[in-house]
Design a protein around this ligand. Sequence first.
Ligand SMILES: [Zn+2]
Ligand SMILES: [Zn+2]
Length: 257
Amino acid sequence: MAIDLVSRAAWGARAPRGAYSTLSSTLGVKVHYTGGRVDPAIVNDHAKCVAMVKSIQNFHMDGNGWMDIGYSMVCCPHRKVFVGRGPRHLPAANGAGLNSGHYAVLGLVGNAGLVQPNDDLLHGIRDAIEYLRQNGGAGTQIKGHRDGYSTDCPGDALYAWVKKGAPRPGGADPVPDPERHPEWPGRLLRYPPVMRGDDVRAWQAQMDKRGWTIDVDGAYGPASKQVCQDFQRQQKLEVDGVVGKVTWDAAFEAPIP
Ligand SMILES: [Zn+2]
Ligand SMILES: [Zn+2]
């Protein structure tokens, strides 16, 4: 499927305040999220996506004093890709000194409300990345805003996807791959008290990938325990809410029902 571009005229962009600094190429792309609340109603109403992009541009131009919206491109949950500054133009959203290295692509999810990117949003970001490679000399790197800059952007959900190489949903590399999944860390993940660590995060990310609603925050609390119990029930394992080796391996190896 070809990229579904929303031109600046189509989304009613304001003209940039001056000429863009140009880029002939970049190392790649950095992925961003809004950092604030995104109204979940945008999923059912693309007009709300348009309004949101316009308000981001207004904030960047009137609040930050930038010459234009700071992003190269913006992707919405309808697999549409808004042209921000576009290819070959220096973005502003990556942070001082980091803009010539990577184009900036925003996905319309936030840290509240709409937090989880849907498949169309991920496809849209992937479409934008490929477009910037073909039209803007973007290199192969796909990184998050937080790489090299102090921010939680692009949020845990998008960042987990970026770390996997930003694969297209439903593409190669689906769940069962018993050869390569991370080893059970050797400690029982349980609550209470809240347990924290990269092993917790890895398990949460895997459960998220399997379709469970779970925060990938590296903290095993009551919500993670609940997901664990529901998963164990689904898989007909002992339902104790504790991630031991059997539950860990099932998370990575069991087919998704
Ligand atoms: Zn960002
Ligand atoms: Zn939309």
